[in-house]
Design a binder for this molecule. Structure first.
Ligand SMILES: NC(=O)c1ccc[n+]([C@@H]2O[C@H](COP(=O)([O-])OP(=O)(O)OC[C@H]3O[C@@H](n4cnc5c(N)ncnc54)[C@H](O)[C@@H]3O)[C@@H](O)[C@H]2O)c1
Ligand SMILES: O=c1ccn([C@@H]2O[C@H](COP(=O)(O)OP(=O)(O)O[C@H]3O[C@H](CO)[C@@H](O)[C@H](O)[C@H]3O)[C@@H](O)[C@H]2O)c(=O)[nH]1
Length: 437
């Protein structure tokens, strides 16, 4: 199948590469000329486990190409996926300007039998609006399907190759058949392709993200109650997770959800609800709890040091919004860094992949450390924001030698409080009472 992927970001690049892997001819398009130049030169603009190897293999096989020339790519392709960003506006509603720019630019170049597939997350009604606009621009009826993407960053290739399900919203059976054929290699076990209306497909994407975000805000609220009452959230989490009606997934307490999806999609669905006279009480609560949660580490740090931080040096481990990615969009680490800087603290930071992105944002206001342990040198405390695997088993003796004081604020509950107490640390975590040596 000849596929044009318009928008070569986290989703477009992973999706395009994975389509090439099953033998399709794919051309990835982006208006960012620098990104395309890097990809054409064999580089990879993002960190995503397994992606680079897959990219190289498919480029070498001649199945995967990159261009800024949207018209030529559209003329050549049978399937045209749109995977551009759909960010939030200030009021929480979705900014679809990139998607509309693509629709306007592609229209004159669409082949007679081309199918447009919206992969970007876009609110209910977008498919109908794009269909109507393409009819105006081309003077004929163009097939427009909605095929939301459910991959997670840090596990994007794995998620795309082995999806729990594929959702296709389309108005004609023939379109479904073509997309079924495309996705069949990824659905070889018992995983379904679910066919529905474009409206239901659009809602499914938002409902899935809102449900997952709500679980996280729920457990973070329970963690806050645990902390005040002497209960341990980790025991409570296990106590409820074993109930098969509840399960364990997405019930890890932490520093709030970040990333380019949950924050914006919860707000976007709330905006859609309000626009249709539905009061989105749960969605608003989910968002508010999360905003509050992003401040939890700063509150604990200030309380520990009695408010003043201007003579303190804080070490931070983990800057990306989750492990396995270099992405810092809406990362809780940024809220913490902004707060600590505002209170005058000096910061020594380390992340295995996200340092370049953080450096672009903060310049020389932070000290960037090459190695995990280097960040600890002469710091008054260590703060763990992202649970990268390499933070789980540090040398605690070395940690104590390097830190000015043996104090840890753990935003991801990666250590056992009893052990930390025995090792001589003052240890704060989420939803568990603090321990002191
Ligand atoms: N990141 C994820 O994990 C994820 C997962 C599922 C769904 N989504 C959704 O997928 C969409 C894309 O997300 P992303 O994280 O890949 O975004 P991204 O910002 O990483 O990538 C978007 C790309 O589109 C390009 N672009 C913008 N306007 C363009 C135009 N007119 N022509 C060509 N290229 C253009 C940008 O230069 C950028 O490279 C969003 O709607 C998002 O909500 C994201
Ligand atoms: O139990 C948990 C699980 C996650 N998180 C946080 O939630 C955020 C999002 O994590 P995750 O969902 O793993 O990554 P994303 O790449 O944002 O993926 C989400 O958003 C994508 C974009 O829409 C969807 O495609 C995915 O299905 C959906 O999981 C991160 O900050 C995590 O630290 C928690 O705090 N506790």
């Amino acid at each position: 199948m000849r596929i044009a992927m318009i928008g070569t970001g986290y989703v477009g690049l992973v999706t395009g590469t994975c389509f090439a892997e099953t033998g399709n001819d794919v051309i990835c398009v982006d208006c960012d000329a620098e990104k395309i130049r890097l990809l054409q030169a064999g580089g990879c603009p993002i960190y995503e486990p397994g992606l680079e190897e897959l990219l190289q293999r498919n480029i070498a096989a001649g199945r995967l190409r990159f261009t800024t020339d949207l018209p030529s790519a559209v003329r050549w392709a049978k399937l045209i996926f749109i995977a551009v960003g759909t960010p939030s506006r200030d009021d929480g509603s979705v900014d679809l300007s990139a998607l509309w720019a693509v629709v306007e630019e592609m229209a004159p170049h669409l082949a007679e039998d081309a199918i447009v597939v919206i992969k970007s997350t876009a609110p209910v009604g977008t498919n109908a609006a794009v269909t109507a606009r393409l009819r105006e621009l081309t003077g004929r009826s163009v097939d427009v399907a909605t095929n939301p993407e459910f991959l997670k960053e840090g596990a994007a290739v794995e998620d795309f190759m082995k999806p729990d399900r594929v959702v296709v919203g389309a108005r004609r059976e023939e379109v479904l058949e073509i997309l079924w054929d495309l996705y069949q290699p990824y659905l070889r076990t018992d995983k379904p392709l679910l066919f529905m209306s474009p409206e239901s497909a659009e809602m499914t994407k938002y409902a899935a993200n809102a449900m997952l975000a709500t679980k996280i805000s729920f457990i973070n609220e329970i963690a806050a109650i645990c902390e005040r009452t002497g209960a341990d959230i980790n025991d409570v989490r296990r106590g409820i997770g074993h109930d098969s009606r509840i399960g364990f997934a997405f019930l890890f307490p932490g520093v709030g959800y970040g990333g380019s999806c949950f924050p914006k999609d919860v707000r976007a669905l709330a905006a859609v609800a309000r626009a249709h006279d539905v009061t989105p009480r749960i969605l608003e609560a989910t968002h508010q709890v999360n905003e509050h949660q992003k401040g939890i580490l700063l509150r604990k740090i200030r309380e520990h040091f009695g408010g003043a931080l201007s003579d303190k040096t804080i070490a931070i481990w983990g800057l990306s919004f989750k492990p396995g990615t270099d992405d810092i969009r809406e990362a809780p680490s940024l809220v913490l860094i902004d707060g600590l800087l505002q209170h005058g603290a000096a910061l020594r930071v380390y992340d295995p992949e996200a340092m370049d992105n953080v450096r672009k944002r903060y310049g020389n206001r932070l000290t960037y450390c090459q190695h995990r342990d280097e960040a600890l040198d002469d710091a008054d405390a260590l703060v763990i924001v992202t649970e990268w695997k390499q933070f789980v088993h540090p040398d605690f003796d070395e940690m104590k030698r390097r830190l000015k004081r043996p104090v840890i604020f753990d935003g991801r509950n990666i250590y056992n409080p009893h052990r930390m107490k025995d090792l001589g640390f003052t240890y704060y975590s989420i939803g568990r009472p603090p321990v002191r040596p």
